[in-house]
Ligand binder design. Sequence first.
Ligand code: SOE
Length: 387
Amino acid sequence: MTTPLRVAMIGHGFMGAAHSVGWRQAPAAFDLPLSPQMAVLVGRDAAKTSAAAERWGWTETSTDWRSVVARDDIDLVDIVTPGDSHAEIALAALAAGKHVLCEKPLANSVAEAEEMERAARDAAAHGVRAMVGFTYRRVPAVTLMRDMVAAGRVGTIRQVRASYRQDWLADPESPMTWRLDKDRAGSGALGDIGAHIVDMAQFVTRQDISAVSGVLETLVSERPVLAESVGLSGTAGTERGTVTVDDVAVFTGRLTSGALASFEATRFATGRKNALDIEISGDAGSLHWNLEDMNVLDFYDATRPAAEQGFARILVTEPEHPYLSGWWPAGHMLGYEHGFSHQVKDLIEALAAGAQPSPSFEDGLRVQRVLDAVERSSRDGSAWTNI
Ligand code: SOE
């Protein structure tokens, strides 16, 4: 067996489950240079934490993240709590010399993200690494899209369109959760799912967003409080609470090349369940991908003879495609959870090589600055706002 990497994970909600699958499956699918050990699971409620640990295969549990982060037998801290505790836990873990994997968005504010990025930079000087979890970068079709853009298959990028549409809040009686509370989540659709499309647009084009103009809107400002959480939502209590975040974020962005990008993040798009959609239009062709059909990459090659033109459907299931060699025989599909295994694979390979894993806290800060500029723009009547 290779050298162990002893992991403590803080939090055990939906993202905790997804990360657990990643830690479990990655070493089975890929030959990794370090062996992740699912050592300690940390949560506030002892009984719920134990149940989650048993379900997902964590060896020990604790209700005290501070003492776990300080333990000598922990190498890496994985943070899957709501955004209001990311900064405190990440800073403590880095100060204790632990590598950190932190769920997106990196923080609830630019100030917190800046402090985290500074701490990550200082820690890197001592070989301690930090990574932010923009997992969709690791969907094979998305990685292929980035590779094809870099290979010039769409030519010069003229426009980018990216939207992330869900509908789990469309019912006004669907209860309040932490994702609807600004103090806990930082923002609403903007930070929860808009962060993904901002990161993906920058990742796929290898360009930064330099300015934005946007509008945020809250469509339902009062909801029943949460009685018991179930999945993303839960059962409604009798009292009502105030929604303090945006429900919808619509914005345009300017890439460093000058190309225009349009973005939409909403949890009110009835019928759209998890529709992260991105299209890159260049002068030599287009690439299009949608999470609801995640194994397919659509490619339009504008250099083909006019009579043969049309979007080609690339089924990204072949051993030649990114990450696929670890999984099933050619032609067999991957799903939502595989991105979390790919995240663990890339993180462990970077750690073993003494390299900076990607996306870094610097990448996370860059996204945070874009989100912040969208909020400022919306407050200023949608004025163009520099990042
Ligand atoms: C909820 O909107 C959510 O779970 C996001 O928080 C995740 O980041 C995204 O992957 C799926 O949707």
